[in-house]
Every structure is written in C-alpha cells, then in structure tokens.
Design a protein. Structure first.
Length: 220
C-alpha cells in the first residue's frame, strides 16, 4: 500500500453516525479487524483489554437507552464492539496477572522477570505516579486500550469499512446492563469504550482539521 493510499484511508475514516442496516461485514473482514486489536501495542505489553461483540438486537436496545452518543449507531451497525479494561487489581506491578503475563506470555526467564517487575514498579510508583488511587490505575489501563481502538478504525478504513468510536454513555448504567446480560465482573473489568462498525448511508462531509503548522513544532 502506498503512502497516498494510506492517507486516502485516513480521509475516508470518520465517525459514522448512521449505518446501512442491510449491509453486514463479512466474518473474515471482522476477524481481520479483531486481529489488528490483538496485535496492538500496550505499555509494557501487558494487554489490559477484553472485547465483547454485541450482536443481540434486544441487548443493543438496552444499551442504547443509556448511550446518548450512539442512538443511530447501535441499532444500525453491522457489529458493535465493547472494550473492557482491566481494573487496578490486575494492573498493579505486583499482581498475579502481571507476574503470570511476564512469565508465561512474554516468557521472561526468572532473572529478567524480576528486573522487569522492578522497572514496572518504579514506572507506576514514581515515573507516572499511577498508584495514587485505583481510578488512576484504571484510567491508565483504559489509555492503553485506545491504541487498539485507533488501529481497528484505521484498518477498517483501509478496507472500506466505516466505524464510530463511542464514549457518549452513562458508564454505571451501561456496566449494570453488561453485568446482567454478559456476566462481566466489575471487580476485575470496567468499560473503556464502544465502537460501531458497518457501512455508511450518508455521503462523507469534508474533514475539518487544524493546519499542520498550528499543531506541529520542530525542535532542533
């Protein structure tokens, strides 16, 4: 893919407000988008995400009641993805999850494992001051999930699929629905965002962005 084709995909991508309910994303294309999320980077490679794909129309309607930013998207999109982020219990440097991840997934030998955990501890305790509250650590966890969100939306645009990131919802009420209908455990996970995927029904309006010279400063 050329640079021009990549930029064309960025021009194509927009926050689609309404999808064509008759057009569905193929299974192979959506698996491709999920794979771009799975392969996305995260701080220390800890992967603090899990994904729910909500296809049940009744459940979407329940969520829609508390999703003011997705009134047209939730009932019309081909696929609705809900991203969950791991809570502080998992993300703290001395958690069982971090130990298991570094040892079993990243396959660090014991001597390197302890060094990495100490670096992670310093990062959380002093470099970024992430341990002042559980909310601070959860927000840092959510921040990592947004990397995967950007990759999914860009990958979608590259193959002609529209998307809309959704933060416009009542967090507590949406999480209550997910507890009741999907069995999520709020002591371990919380919602980070939703993304609706599908195909647009309205033509794309011109993209509005600040000029490069107003947002980029070279330091030499």
């Amino acid at each position: 893919m050329t640079k021009e084709e990549i930029l064309k995909a960025f021009e194509f991508r927009h926050a689609c407000k309404e999808f064509d309910p008759e057009k569905k994303i193929s299974e192979s294309d959506f698996e491709f988008l999920l794979e771009t999320a799975r392969l996305s980077p995260s701080s220390f490679g800890i992967e603090p995400w899990e994904y729910l794909i909500i296809q049940n129309p009744e459940l979407r309607e329940e969520l829609r009641a508390y999703t003011w930013g997705g009134q047209k998207q939730l009932p019309t999109c081909s696929h609705l993805l809900v991203c969950l982020a791991k809570k502080a219990h998992f993300m703290k440097h001395d958690s069982d999850y971090v130990y298991r991840y570094m040892k079993e997934i990243q396959k660090n030998p014991d001597d390197l494992l302890e060094k990495r955990r100490q670096i992670f501890k310093k990062f959380q305790e002093s470099d970024f001051d992430l341990l002042e509250s559980e909310r601070t650590l959860f927000d840092w966890s959510c921040k990592q999930t947004y990397i995967a969100m950007g990759n999914m939306m860009t990958a979608a645009a590259m193959i002609g699929i529209d998307s809309c990131p959704i933060e416009g919802f009542q967090k507590k009420e949406v999480e209550d629905v997910l507890v009741k209908s999907c069995g999520i455990d709020l002591s371990t996970h919380g919602i980070s965002y939703m993304i609706a995927f599908g195909y647009r029904v309205l033509p794309l309006r011109p993209k509005t962005r600040q000029p490069a010279e107003e947002i980029i400063r070279w330091v030499s």
